[in-house]
Design a protein around this ligand. Structure first.
Ligand SMILES: Cc1ncc(COP(=O)(O)O)c(C=O)c1O
Length: 392
């Protein structure tokens, strides 16, 4: 059997390889502490689970959902955007629930990219932006995110011939993997740039609720004219520890949302309804859990940063997202360093190069490890220092 070129050219998903390595180690009885994938260790808050269980008992929710989701969920999403960011959305035309935001992030390429088209993709970035572009037959053009530019793309550095063929611009703040943030000035600049060059903009914003030290992120939808050119993806995964329930949303430009709805209605049957009711509860119920979770992540962040700096690894505390973007010690590549930590001290970090060439020189640590695991992982990192194989 011969698979399509599309599939044959597809790289393995970064975290599948890492999970396999961890499973192999654990199968041999080795203890591994993983700062790998960004999957909250804290459970979904009880009021959300209660609503889910109740909805699961209702036979009306045992049947196919509609692609566009329950009107009550679309209203809840619009209401959340209004109260959280002051953004008004038409719940019928400008809101679409997703089976986790990854699903929509992947499918939007089918709406905008024809073979040969270019999508402007940050480097490093969540890998789905470039992979979905390639699956649609397009080509990613990588915009470097560097420390000197505060991990914001330099839009003026994109060559004219690339811009002529570009249809779509991806941005993501608070950023995975760098933990960087963007302000409204940057988003306003992005809108003007997109208008000038006839680009659609997809802003991926699942980490706006994971913030520290009182920092308040803005939504791309707050930028002047954002709705005319773009959409924002959001997720309940990280805000409410709901990665396992698979529910997210996209909001903004009605034409882009309608195109995505057309693609999705042909490919999937929407978010299971009991989960939609849980999502409504999450968005409209008590929001206290968000601050509680952020306080936990913030403590972990401070412990991890202190330890990294004390063993000579440079990393700055992020204002948002639960990721620490740490510089690899001199003498190592990001893969060498991640491999050494796993082999010598049983600690998993993600090599930066897994997010693109621009991630070389860094590793990412996710703070979604239970507190006891953080303490254990940090003492192992301290012990790595005495065993390090390469000197900078
Ligand atoms: C930047 C970014 N976008 C989207 C997602 C997907 O989130 P979900 O599909 O759980 O909503 C993730 C998950 O890690 C992410 O980091």
């Amino acid at each position: 059997m011969k698979m399509s070129r599309r599939v044959e050219n597809l790289p393995p998903y970064l975290f599948v390889e890492i999970s396999q390595k961890i499973a192999e180690k654990r199968a041999k009885g080795e203890d591994v502490v993983s700062f790998g994938i960004g999957d909250p260790d804290i459970p979904t808050p009880p009021h959300i689970i209660d609503r889910l269980c109740q909805a699961a008992q209702d036979r009306a929710n045992h049947r196919y959902p509609e692609t566009e989701g329950l009107p009550e969920l679309r209203q809840a999403i619009a209401g959340w955007y209004k109260s959280r960011f002051g953004v008004s959305l038409d719940a019928n035309l400008e809101v679409l629930p997703l089976i986790g935001s990854k699903e929509g992030v992947a499918h939007i390429a089918l709406c905008l990219i024809d073979p040969g088209d270019i999508a402007l993709v940050p480097d490093p970035a969540y890998p789905v932006y470039s992979v979905s572009t390639m699956l649609a037959g397009g080509r990613p053009y990588y915009m470097p995110l560097t420390e000197q530019n505060n991990f914001l793309p330099d839009l003026d550095a994109i060559p004219d011939d690339v811009l002529r063929r570009a249809k779509l611009l991806w941005i993501n703040y608070p950023n995975n993997p760098t933990g960087a943030v963007a302000d409204l000035d940057f988003f306003n600049r992005v809108v003007r740039f997109a208008q000038q060059h006839d680009l659609a903009v997809c802003h991926d914003g699942p980490y706006t609720e994971v913030t520290f030290d009182g920092y308040q992120p803005v939504s791309f939808m707050q930028a002047d004219g954002a709705k005319e050119i773009g959409v924002e993806f959001h997720s309940l995964s990280k805000s409410y520890n709901m990665t396992g329930w698979r529910v997210g949303m996209v909001v903004g430009n009605a034409k882009m949302i309608d195109a995505l709805k057309r693609v999705k209605s042909n490919l999937d049957s929407g978010v299971p309804q009991a989960i939609q009711y849980a999502a409504i509860e999450a968005l409209t119920g008590s929001q206290d859990c968000i601050e509680e979770h952020n306080a936990i992540y913030q403590k972990r962040r401070d412990l991890v940063i202190e330890m990294l700096n004390s063993i000579g690894i440079e990393a700055k505390p992020p204002k948002a997202s639960f990721y620490i973007w740490a510089k690899v010690p001199k003498g190592y590549t990001s893969v060498d360093f991640a491999t050494e930590l796993l082999e010598k001290v049983g600690v998993v970090v993600t090599p930066g190069v897994g997010y693109g060439r621009g991630g070389e020189g860094y590793v990412r640590l996710s703070l979604t490890v239970p507190d006891a695991g953080v303490v254990k992982g940090l003492s192992r990192l301290a012990s790595w220092r005495s065993t390090r194989s390469r000197l900078g």
